[in-house]
Design a protein around this ligand. Structure first.
Ligand SMILES: *[C@@H]1O[C@H](CO)[C@@H](O)[C@H](O)[C@H]1NC(C)=O
Length: 389
């Protein structure tokens, strides 16, 4: 009977209970300092990091951009095949224009006067033979250059290979010339025109800045110290900044990245929004495992000879492709992100009490004293005149 009564009483006590916050002021330098330090940390985070560093009061937008390029310069080659020859833009820029990118031919292996005819296949492509029975008419393979005719012929005085129908004479599998044929390419310049737009803020700008005039543009070359606003770059300067030697890179070819970054704070004057250029090599130049290095491809120039026979010049071209990459972000004051960040900051300040309470009630030496004062119970039931609940 008594236990039942006791249970009933505690349920009643729980139900008829009202809790109200009581302010406990702890006058202690230790606890006070702790509280201020945590508050300072939170304020430092909200003001220093969120507002100043991350500009939490701003709306941000990503960049839209367009890029065009124009290379200038001439190079001279002097070989036994071609004699003295000048190479201009139309010769060494392939294709004439690309999107956000340009390729400069720096080295080449030329095979002149190829016609559709019969010749011995190269060695070591699986077409080596001793007699005609080793060759099969109509057979070809991906490593070979043509279709077999079924005859076994002398490749050289000591080796025999199957005869093929192909563009003959075949290109010999040679190493690219070193130094590169178009060594003069290091002095070529490129004008990179880049227009950007931040649609959210209706902000447009281009990398030819307003103060750059025509005469300056005609003779300037980008230099980080003396001409940082000139949008004309010497090819060698770009590879040098990327920590590469142009002539070494030109032998086998490669890929260079031209990064243009536009990080703009549009709360500041628009003239402070200027592009920043950085250069780096993008393809792998790992010297440890440098199988198949660089960048090359083949193309041909076709013509007809006097006897109306179709003839071509095959070129295995090595060169450097420059990829222009534009990235950036703009920020401008907006009330919505500001309010969001203020709200988050206030919520964090509320957290300070929780953390302080936790430390005060569990780690401090006087925690029991604090606990006694922190929670106080006013028990109405105890106050019944007969002393029983
Ligand atoms: C590039 O220009 C510099 C100076 O104008 C010159 O000394 C150098 O020989 C040129 N490079 C080539 C490969 O012609």
């Amino acid at each position: 009977m008594t236990t039942n009564k006791g249970f009933c009483a505690s349920v009643c006590r729980c139900f008829f209970e009202y809790s109200t916050p009581q302010i406990l002021v702890i006058r202690s330098t230790k606890v006070g300092t702790l509280n201020r330090i945590i508050q300072a940390l939170v304020l430092g985070y909200v003001i220093g990091y969120v507002c100043v560093l991350k500009k939490g009061y701003q709306d941000t937008d990503g960049v839209l951009s367009s890029v065009t390029t124009k290379v200038k310069g001439v190079a001279v080659t002097n070989t036994s095949d071609l004699g003295l020859r000048v190479w201009d833009v139309a010769d060494y820029i392939i294709p004439p224009q690309e999107e956000s990118s340009f390729f400069v031919l720096t080295n080449l292996i030329m095979t002149l006067n190829q016609t559709q005819s019969h010749c011995p296949e190269l060695q070591n492509v699986g077409f080596d033979c001793v007699t005609d029975s080793d060759c099969k008419a109509g057979l070809s393979n991906t490593r070979g250059d043509g279709v077999q005719t079924g005859r076994c012929v002398n490749f050289s005085s000591v080796a025999r290979t199957c005869e093929v129908l192909a563009w003959c004479p075949l290109e010999l599998d040679l190493r690219p010339p070193d130094p590169p044929m178009l060594a003069g390419a290091e002095n070529f310049t490129v004008l990179i025109k880049n227009s950007i737009r931040y649609p959210m803020f209706n902000f447009n700008k281009r990398n030819i800045l307003p103060h750059v005039n025509k005469t300056y543009l005609q003779q300037c070359v980008f230099n980080r110290v003396t001409d940082p606003d000139c949008p004309i770059f010497r090819l060698r300067d770009m590879t040098t900044e990327a920590g590469e030697d142009f002539q070494t890179m030109a032998v086998h070819g490669g890929i260079m990245g031209v990064q243009i970054s536009w990080f703009c704070d549009l709360d500041l004057p628009a003239s402070w929004c200027v592009p920043k250029y950085t250069f780096r090599r993008l393809d792998n130049k790992d010297p440890e495992n440098n199988v198949a290095p660089g960048y090359n491809f083949r193309f041909a120039k076709y013509y007809k000879t006097n006897n109306n026979k179709e003839t071509r010049t095959l070129i295995k071209g090595f060169g450097i492709r420059f990829d222009v990459m534009v990235f950036g972000q703009a920020g401008k004051f907006n009330i919505i992100p500001t309010l969001l960040n203020i709200g988050a900051g206030l919520a964090l300040l509320g957290l300070v009490t929780v953390v302080c309470d936790l430390i005060v009630l569990t780690c401090m030496t006087k925690r029991n004293l604090y606990k006694e004062n922190k929670y106080s119970y006013v028990d109405d039931f105890e106050l019944l005149p007969d002393g029983t609940p």
